[in-house]
Design a protein around this ligand. Structure first.
Ligand code: HEM
Length: 212
């Protein structure tokens, strides 16, 4: 299902730039809101929630690329994986920075106390720490340098997503619906990860036999 050699590289020159632009929209809206003073009654909450939500969405989207390839037999999905992962890191880092700078106002002792005291903050912090080496080793050069260890390291992204969902479940006080939706999506993605046979189509010959 890969494109022939002579075809226009639309994935590189069209799909990826479009995805890049689309992924920046939530950030652009936040910057615009801040510039015109329209971030609602609680700007800190708006920025924290928007960046946290998009960090988690991009993490789950990153994990969805391999199942989509299996489901559609189109390997092109994998070309978007790195960009989606880096956008997850981008939004989660903005989220973390918002907490460091606007919420905690750079009071380092307070931050350490908060990380130690509130379990949802601890979990979020560990998730970000685990995401950091993945972002730093996302280049082709690092992929080559780390060889087979690269794949093993990058499997940590599943743990990051689990911690991200746990962080969300832990922090909500009343309405669990939204974090539960993320938890359900993650559950399906993990199930497919550990039972890839669920999505694999039988080879053509077997299917032909079945049809007889
Ligand atoms: C992979 C890492 C992380 C992910 C995926 C993540 C995701 C989220 C999500 C989805 C929310 C809820 C947004 C909403 O209510 O709509 C949230 C809230 C929050 N997160 Fe994170 N987060 C991460 C890391 C962190 C870190 C490192 C910190 C700080 C050390 C942090 C601090 C917070 C705070 C303070 C809130 C708001 C809690 C409240 O409204 O009471 N998060 N995060």
């Amino acid at each position: 299902m890969d494109r022939p050699e002579h075809a226009f590289p639309w994935r590189r020159f069209v799909a990826k730039p479009l995805l890049f632009g689309a992924a920046l929209i939530p950030f652009g809206l936040l910057v615009h809101g801040a510039a015109v003073g329209d971030l609602g009654a609680n700007p800190l909450e708006r920025v924290t929630h928007t960046t946290g939500d998009w960090g988690l969405r991009f993490l789950l989207l990153t994990l969805a690329m391999t199942p989509l390839r299996q489901l559609t037999a189109w390997s092109g999905w994998l070309t978007f994986r790195r960009m989606l992962g880096l956008f997850a890191f981008f939004y989660v880092s903005l989220h973390f920075l918002t907490w460091i700078w606007l919420d905690q106002e750079l009071r380092w002792a307070n931050m350490l106390a908060d990380i130690a005291k509130r379990p949802f903050v601890t979990v979020g912090f560990v998730a970000w720490l685990l995401l950091l080496p993945l972002a730093l080793t996302s280049t082709r050069a690092m992929m080559r340098r780390l060889g087979r260890h690269w794949k093993r390291l990058h499997r940590t992204v599943y743990a990051v997503a689990v911690l991200g969902v746990l962080h969300f479940l832990w922090l909500v006080k009343a309405d669990l619906l939204e974090p539960l939706i993320y938890a359900a999506v993650l559950f399906v993605l993990l199930l497919v990860r550990w039972r890839p046979g669920l999505l694999k189509r039988p080879p053509l010959s077997t299917r032909a036999l079945d049809a007889r």
